[in-house]
Design a protein. Structure first.
Length: 200
């Protein structure tokens, strides 16, 4: 689906980026999004672009100029959305991981539908510079992988300050993989006994 122009050995830039829309069917950005630039710098091999719900505005990934995305576990079922192509490709072992965008659940829902790990990072942790926005103050980009360790490794590369993103946080990036090996016995989880919305 994507036309590619060679940037260097094994590197691609100016790849057709459509947001699943006929409106952008021939759109070729002049530069990579920051998340793509960081993955390339870390040695990631890009295999291609993935389909999605048009403009990331839906939860099924069935509405796309390029046709519906199918759930690899059952082709008659939805992979969720809007990052359905990313979730389906990871679940089908077509790639190690993929980037998802999440404004209202678009990483987390397809990850759950396809049985993979999807992480919506803290706002400002991962740059959204170069991504097609849905709601700039709510948009997040994050990793979609088959394991939590893979998600941590991918987030390690994606996270960090970017001056081109007004919402980017200028904070140090912890070692996520090392943190996963830490003891969790001191953690406490709380939940409300009487949910506030019962009286809403």
């Amino acid at each position: 689906m994507a036309s590619r122009s060679l940037e260097g050995p094994g590197r691609y830039r100016c790849v057709r980026t459509t947001a699943g829309s006929e409106l952008f069917k021939d759109r070729i950005p002049a530069q990579d999004a920051e998340v793509v630039r960081r993955l390339k710098a870390a040695g990631a091999v890009f295999l291609g672009k993935l389909n999605m719900h048009e403009f990331a505005y839906g939860g099924s990934s069935a509405v796309s100029f390029f046709g519906p995305v199918r759930n690899p576990w059952n082709l008659g079922h939805s992979p969720g959305g809007s990052s359905g192509g990313s979730a389906a490709a990871v679940a089908a072992h077509l790639c190690f991981g993929a980037i998802g965008s999440d404004t209202g659940g678009s990483i987390r829902e397809p990850a759950a539908y396809c049985g993979i790990v999807g992480l919506k990072p803290t706002y400002g942790r991962v740059s959204t510079a170069g991504a097609i926005p849905l709601s700039w103050s709510l948009d997040h980009l994050g990793p979609m992988t088959r394991t939590t360790v893979d998600a941590a490794l991918m987030l390690q590369v994606l996270a960090g300050y970017d001056p081109r993103d007004n919402g980017s946080l200028d904070l140090s990036v912890p070692d996520y993989a090392a943190a996963m090996r830490s003891a969790t016995s001191s953690l406490r989880v709380g939940f409300p006994r009487d949910f506030f919305f019962r009286g809403a």
